[in-house]
Design a binder for this molecule. Structure first.
Ligand SMILES: C[S@@+](CC[C@H](N)C(=O)[O-])C[C@H]1O[C@@H](n2cnc3c(N)ncnc32)[C@H](O)[C@@H]1O
Length: 204
């Protein structure tokens, strides 16, 4: 088992274990600008918060629209309480759909975790709209994006199909799969290709 300092304040051990790999990605690269698309009850969000730099910001994007009792919205309450259980860095809540939240995005991103709407077209849209903000050398993590032994993902899962389409069927040279564990796929942006894209972004 991985020994990770700070896990003592994490609320759900079994779920946190699932997120050990993204945590390590965050630490290894010293990322400071993180985005999570799809927060739900905050299990992966707290893993990211635990692992990020003390001066990092984590933007949490979720409209929390699935609650059966909208007025009470237990999912949002649990998410807020879970993410608050660790005081590391800064957290910014964006209670919007990712496709609306991206409109006001200006800052570059070191690491987005994509785990919102799981329809293939929605994952592809999230990728198209958010990936241009990822800095050179930055990484992105997809959840539920890989079929693995005794796992829950099927080849028909939206994130599985999207990742296959984006990174396995063709090779652009801009993005490389650098880690795969259980349902998680991590891709990294090459330094050179990203610099070209940043130049285009800056000139807009
Ligand atoms: C699978 S859950 C996220 C689980 C969470 N990342 C975790 O592992 O703890 C998906 C979440 O995505 C949210 N969601 C659905 N469509 C979305 C969209 N277009 N933009 C942002 N979040 C969305 C849902 O409200 C739901 O909370």
């Amino acid at each position: 088992m991985l020994c990770v300092p700070g896990w003592a304040c994490a609320p759900q051990w079994a779920s946190i274990l699932q997120w050990s790999m993204p945590l390590l990605c965050v630490w290894r690269a010293g990322h400071s600008r993180l985005v999570e698309i799809g927060v739900a009850e905050g299990v992966s969000a707290i893993a990211l918060r635990e692992g990020m730099n003390a001066d990092a910001t984590l933007w949490l994007v979720d409209p929390f629209h699935l609650s059966r009792v909208r007025a009470l919205n237990f999912t949002r309450r649990v998410a807020r309480r879970t993410v608050k259980s660790c005081g590391n860095g800064t957290v910014a809540w964006i209670e919007k759909f990712s496709q609306d939240a991206v409109a006001s995005r200006k800052e570059p991103i070191d690491l987005p975790l994509i785990d919102g709407d799981h329809l293939e077209k929605s994952v592809l849209r999230d990728w198209q709209e958010w990936s241009r903000f990822i800095r050179a050398g930055g990484v992105a993590i997809f959840h539920d994006a890989r079929v693995f032994a005794e796992g829950w993902c099927t080849p028909e899962y939206g994130p599985v199909k999207a990742v296959d389409h984006l990174f396995r069927s063709t090779s652009s040279g801009e993005w490389t799969i650098i880690e795969e564990i259980d349902s998680l796929v991590v891709v990294q942006r090459s330094e050179s290709a990203a610099r070209n894209a940043e130049t285009v972004l800056a000139s807009r």
